[in-house]
Ligand binder design. Structure first.
Ligand code: GLN
Length: 236
């Protein structure tokens, strides 16, 4: 008795939405990869757990977390006061801002010119809420998409005039698919009430997992792992 104890490794199940490069996406071999995925794996290594990932629509991630379908969400998710009523967040792990993208040929100079135009957003995102609150009354049509990639695609097809999303994701799209024909419309926007103070990993309220994730993040920032993951997905 007590001589041999075989302990199964703990598993931390993450929920994500894998069409959000460079944070989470499927590579050419259909493997889940990205900044968030590498970071989650590094956190799991740090706390000596196994990681698994569930891929599902962005607007279902918080409800599924609350229903215990998984234990944490890493999905380029802004730490906002509204979400903090439903879940707890780790410390911020990535600085965020919001950007409009539009064709360079469009006669828009700034977001004020979007009156009467249609703007694509990710369904369930902070961008959707911001657009509804700040632009809908001014006659801007807000089109929610299941994935931001489809919003960008519809912009290239002329079905929406602009896309409003995370600056880092917009930049990735501009670089990979924009072919020089699209660019930022106006300045990037930082508004803590809507977009919080960076991305966080969501866990259920009062789950002690939060503290373990925070401790791991502190270590990964100190020991250079966070920076190495950053430089892999944001080279230069
Ligand atoms: N950063 C945005 C949010 O938190 C969008 C995230 C996403 O679409 N994956 O709502």
């Amino acid at each position: 008795l007590g001589s041999l104890q075989v302990q199964a490794a703990e598993t931390i199940r993450f929920g994500t939405e894998a069409t959000y490069p460079p944070f989470e996406f499927l590579d050419e071999n259909n493997e889940l990869t990205g900044f968030d995925i590498d970071l989650a794996k590094a956190i799991c290594t740090e706390i000596k757990a196994e990681c698994t990932f569930n891929n599902q629509p962005f607007d279902s991630l918080i409800p599924s977390l609350r229903y215990r379908r998984f234990d944490a969400v890493i999905a380029g998710m802004d730490i906002t006061p509204a979400r903090q009523k439903q879940v707890d967040f780790s410390m911020p792990y990535f600085e965020n801002s919001a950007s409009f993208v539009a064709a360079k040929t469009k006669p828009f100079k700034s977001a004020d010119d979007l009156k009467g135009k249609a703007v694509g957003v990710q369904n369930g995102s902070t961008f959707q809420t911001y657009m509804i609150d700040k632009f809908e009354k001014q006659g801007v049509t807000i089109r929610p998409y299941e994935t931001i990639q489809n919003a960008f695609l519809d912009m290239t097809n002329g079905r929406v005039d602009a896309v409003f999303s995370d600056t880092a994701v917009a930049n990735d799209w501009l670089l990979e698919r924009g072919e020089g024909d699209y660019g930022h419309l106006g300045e990037t926007i930082r508004d803590a009430e809507y977009f919080g103070v960076g991305y966080g990993i969501a866990v259920r309220q009062n789950d002690p997992l939060k503290e373990r994730i925070d401790n791991a993040l502190t270590t990964l920032k100190k020991n250079g792992t966070w920076q190495a993951i950053h430089d892999k997905y944001f080279p230069e």
